[in-house]
Design a protein around this ligand. Structure first.
Ligand code: HEM
Length: 261
């Protein structure tokens, strides 16, 4: 892959001049990339197929030349010059080039990247000692709430690890590590990776994160009582959302790699 332009500089080009077909497969050139979006020119040799996959970002295909077929969420769309297709994040799609096919693929974040505020960081860090002290109590309470309100998730868990306390202990360690390293996420990479692999092995899905979030926040409130001020709860709500996004993205990558192999 090569980069054609630098971010923050306006530029223009003539797409047909950039088109180059490989003898087989795909040749792609990144036209432009920044933190939120990436514009690439894809040149597919006739006959190339891309198996069904998903993207964590919104994607737009704008066909420049050639013909092909896009299967988007089970529906076939003929690709011919001028066709514009918007694919929302996580929509399964597969593609096939009938002739040499060139299109611009635009990827964009479907959610604004939320930066955790310094105030949230400070508040969350200040709660680390109480989280450490009451961690196991909080996570035991969180599983109690979750299994009561969402019994369907029980099937994903090894219930003996609940009874003997090992799973609540692991979660407590993870929450405490996050509280202490919320401003140094690099330090959490190995931990996130290990947990994300376990989540994929137990089929955890993005839509389950709000459930855990709600139960965890309720548990923090139950255990900390008056110490769980409105300010503290607001900060933890924001912090949990940011952590959930990190897991969801990492797990999406693992699910995709597993699918491709
Ligand atoms: C930010 C939120 C979350 C954190 C910090 C977290 C943390 C953890 C940790 C530390 C483990 C243990 C990993 C290991 O054994 O090495 C784990 C496992 C697991 N988590 Fe999560 N988790 C989160 C969200 C979720 C969600 C949304 C679900 C969905 C229901 C979930 C379901 C599971 C399951 C099923 C396991 C395996 C448990 C077992 O083996 O019995 N987690 N998680």
């Amino acid at each position: 892959m090569m980069n054609i332009a630098k971010p923050n500089n306006s530029f223009n080009t003539t797409l047909p001049d950039l088109i180059e077909y490989p003898t087989s497969g795909i040749l792609s050139k990144v036209l432009f990339k920044d933190n939120n979006s990436q514009y690439s020119l894809f040149c597919l040799a006739a006959g190339t197929e891309i198996d069904e996959h998903t993207s964590t970002r919104n994607a737009v295909i704008t066909v420049v030349e050639g013909t092909g077929n896009l299967n988007l969420e089970g529906k076939d769309i003929a690709l011919t010059p001028g066709v514009f297709v918007f694919m929302s994040a996580n929509a399964p799609h597969a593609l096939q080039a009938k002739e040499n096919l060139a299109f611009v693929l635009t990827l964009s974040e479907h959610l604004p990247k939320k930066k955790i505020s310094q105030q949230t960081i400070d508040i969350v860090k200040s709660t680390a000692p109480v989280i450490k002290q009451h961690g196991q109590k909080i996570t035991t309470r969180m599983y109690e709430i979750m299994f009561n309100t969402h019994p369907e998730v029980k099937a994903q868990f090894d219930m003996s690890a609940q009874t003997n306390g090992t799973q609540p202990a692991k979660l407590a360690t993870a929450v405490y590590s996050y509280a202490t390293h919320i401003d140094d996420l690099e330090a959490l990479k190995a931990m996130v990776d290990k947990i994300a692999h376990r989540h994929v092995a137990t089929h955890v899905l993005p839509e389950q994160y709000p459930i855990v979030g709600e139960c965890l926040l309720q548990a923090i409130q139950d255990v900390l009582g008056d110490a769980a001020s409105e300010e503290v709860m607001k900060a933890w709500t924001q912090a949990y959302q940011a952590l959930a996004d990190i897991f969801i993205n990492r797990e999406q990558q693992i699910y995709q790699t597993e699918k491709a192999s």
